[in-house]
Design a protein around this ligand. Structure first.
Ligand code: XBP
Ligand code: MG
Length: 259
């Protein structure tokens, strides 16, 4: 029986990457006097590296104008990441990054019906705080029974540690939870932790092959295009509903997409 929804953040709760994190990274490069800029295509490649600091270090490894010494690189990545997260919080506070359509009704419905909620993300706690305070209000933390962020684990997704921590925090077996993810790395983390998985495709991972989900679709805002089909309609709207998630979880038919 489904007892908790475990939400990924970037790409799943909101399209934060292209107009949020990417813009904030570029701001940090400029603020520190660096000529580096990540355009949309390059950032899409870099998203295969989870974690902002890890992403910076990966990019520096390919640059001839990055510091040569490892310690200097680490210090620069730390500084850039801090400036980037401050810029990200300002972008999110300005209201320009919306929650993805279909997310809020499912969060509300879950609370009303006693289904527990969790956040399982590789992004920094400060970024989660900024995004959720902007959309759910200053008491956003009360919506969630467990919040696992980038700082809480030794290994970021696709490692399963974040999911295993969330399950331990909730005292649930893996099959009593449902992960909602948008990326191959996030999906791999949930799968590896044996947590049933729903994939809501995001802009940067629209066509990537993803296996072993109980449902894959174009977003929670629409019922069309999901495999298996969303069949548990209880309301009149056009969006995926909590009952659809409960239905997919109970059916446990595994689907693959794009492979
Ligand atoms: C996405 C990530 C993060 C963000 C940037 O995590 O990999 O690194 O791109 O955030 P998820 P930080 O989809 O699990 O939420 O700079 O704080 O790492
Ligand atoms: Mg994601």
């Amino acid at each position: 029986m489904l007892k908790a929804l475990l939400w990924d953040v970037d790409g799943t709760l909101a399209e934060t990457e292209r107009d949020g994190h990417r813009v904030a990274f570029n701001h940090a490069f400029a603020a520190l006097g660096l000529p580096w800029r990540w355009d949309e295509a390059r950032y899409g490649e870099l998203l295969r590296i989870t974690g902002g600091r890890e992403r910076l270090l990966h990019d520096m490894a390919a640059r001839s104008d990055a510091p040569a010494l490892t310690d200097e690189r680490l210090a620069l990545a730390r500084r850039l990441h801090a400036v980037k997260n401050e810029a990200y919080a300002r972008i999110v506070d300005s209201g320009s990054i919306a929650l993805r359509e279909g997310v809020l009704p499912i969060l509300r419905d879950s609370r009303e019906r006693g289904l527990r909620l969790g956040i399982v993300t590789t992004t920094s706690a400060a970024n989660v705080q900024a995004l959720l305070a902007a959309h759910l209000g200053p008491r956003w933390r009360q919506w969630f029974d467990v919040v696992v962020c980038g700082e809480d684990t030794a290994h970021k997704k696709p490692h399963p540690e974040a999911y295993l921590r969330a399950l331990a925090g909730l005292k649930l077996a893996a099959n009593e939870a449902l992960a909602i993810e948008d990326s191959p790395g996030g999906a791999a983390a949930a799968r590896e932790a044996q947590v049933p998985l729903v994939v809501t495709r995001s802009a940067y991972f629209a066509d990537d092959p993803i296996d072993g989900a109980v449902a894959i679709g174009p977003g929670l805002h629409q019922r069309a295009g999901w495999r298996p089909e969303a069949r548990a309609r209880s309301g009149t709207g056009g969006a995926v509903e909590l009952d659809d998630l409960i239905d997919w979880h109970s059916r446990m038919e595994l689907v693959s997409c794009g492979s």
